[in-house]
Ligand binder design. Sequence first.
Ligand code: SF4
Length: 241
Amino acid sequence: MNSKTTYRESKKKKNLILKVYNTLYGYFGKQNWWPAETPFEVIVGAILTQQTSWKNVEKVILRLKEHGLLEPRTLYNLDIQELSNYIKESGFYRLKAQRLKNFLDFFKKYNFELLDLTHIEIENLRNELLNIKGVGKETADSIILYALEKPIFVVDNYTKRFAVRFGILENMSSYDEIRLLFEDALKSENEKETLIRFKEMHALIVELGKNFCKKEPNCSACPLGNLCLKKGVENEYSKNS
Ligand code: SF4
C-alpha cells in the first residue's frame, strides 16, 4: 500500500469515527460521565470496576460514603482487612483492597492533592499511574480523563468489539493503536471540545455495547446499522439461526 492510499484510508477511518460519534450522540444524548460526585470517587470507582459490573461498584461506593470513608486520607489510614470487608461486593476484594492501597501509597507522595497530579504532563502521569501495581491502561486512562480532566481516550472491550465489527479496526490492534486512532479522529482545535468528545465517546460506546453491540448483537435495531460493515457478525450468528 503506498503512502497516498494509507493516508486516504486513515482519513476515511477518522471521518467514520466522527460520524459514529455524532450518530451515537444524536441517539443516546449527552452521557455526562463519569457517574461520581468527586474526582476521588472516580478513581476509587475506576479501580473497583475492574472485572465486575458497575452495579456492584455502586453498592460499594455507597457503603464507603455512608461510613465517611470516601476520602483519600481516611481510606489510606484504614486497615487493609477492614477495607476488604467494605468492598466485598466488588469481587476480587482482597486484590482490589491492595490495589486501592497501592494507589493511595502513590497518592500520598502528592499529599493526596489531585491538583498536584493535574500539573504533571500527561505522558509522565500515565507512566506513573501504570507503575502502580494493579493499574492497567484502561484504569489509568479513566483516571486521567474523568478524574483529572486531561484529554486521553479510554479503550475497553466494548470499543474493540464494536470497532472490529464496524470495520475500522483489525482484531490484532493493540490498546494504544486503538486509543491513538480514536484520539486523532475526535480531536478538535478547541481543547475543551476535545475533552468533552473523549469523555462522551467512551460513555456512548459503553451504551452501544450494552444495548446493541452485545456479544450477540442486535444489528437490526442498532443506530449504526446503516454505517456498519458488521464484520464477523453474519458468520458468527448465522450458525445458530
Ligand atoms: S450494526 Fe451490529 S455490529 Fe455494527 S455496531 Fe451495531 S450492533 Fe454492532
